[in-house]
Design a protein around this ligand. Structure first.
Ligand code: HEC
Length: 179
């Protein structure tokens, strides 16, 4: 057998050393579990905030969302939210998230939670966030003038309007420690 072919055969026979391969179902489960408390607490905080009016609820998203993300993050998993159309530039996608956001956007038929090997130590997890009717108040096409003014003041580069209920809004993400 020519040497080049032999080398290829040996490489192909050594999948255990290929760190780009991950146990997808295991990390999908771990990712879903990691983002679950963040999702739940964020929704509860938003609903409680909206009871006192949407202007008041802006502070839930602005102040509490990052705090809740930090609280839901542990030494083995960090969590957060991102989008292709950002309200807060601090939520910008990290490089590993961008292709997944693009894929979800391009293919509405394939929006299952996804995992990807980021490096030797970390696996990335994303799941889609869809716009619900209650989100339209602050992310829809027509906002109340008062709300629009407040958002413009806080987020001069706001891109996160013009959505309808059911639209893909972004993703929840998790960075999980690999074993
Ligand atoms: C009361 C107004 C309000 C409502 C209602 C609201 N949001 Fe937001 N949303 C905001 C604000 C303000 C931010 C920016 C938060 C920050 O500074 O991190 C934001 C940020 C986000 C982000 C992070 C990405 C980005 O653009 O910065 C996502 C994703 C998001 N919202 C989805 C939703 C969804 C889904 C709902 C409904 C369940 C919702 N929002 C309801 C005001 C709102």
């Amino acid at each position: 057998m020519p040497r080049a072919v032999l080398v290829l055969v040996i490489l192909a026979a050594a999948p255990a050393c290929d760190r780009s391969k991950i146990n997808e179902s295991k990390y999908r489960e771990a990712g879903a579990a990691a983002v679950a408390p963040f999702k739940k607490n964020l929704k509860q905080a938003l609903l409680a905030g909206l009871e006192k009016g949407p202007i008041n609820a802006i502070s839930v998203c602005q102040v509490e969302a990052p705090e809740l993300a930090a609280a839901a993050s542990t030494s083995v998993a960090r969590v957060g939210r991102t989008s292709r159309k950002l309200r807060n530039p601090d939520n910008a996608p990290k490089p590993w998230m961008q292709p997944l956001l693009d894929r979800y956007e391009a293919d509405p038929g394939d929006r299952k939670p996804a995992v990807v090997a980021i490096d030797d130590q970390t696996v990335g997890y994303v799941e889609p966030i869809y716009l619900q009717p209650l989100c339209v108040t602050c992310h829809g096409s027509t906002l109340s003038p008062e709300l629009e003014a407040k958002l413009k003041e806080l987020y001069p580069q706001d891109q996160a309007t013009g959505y309808d209920a059911g639209d893909l809004r972004g993703v929840f993400w998790a960075e999980l420690a690999r074993d």
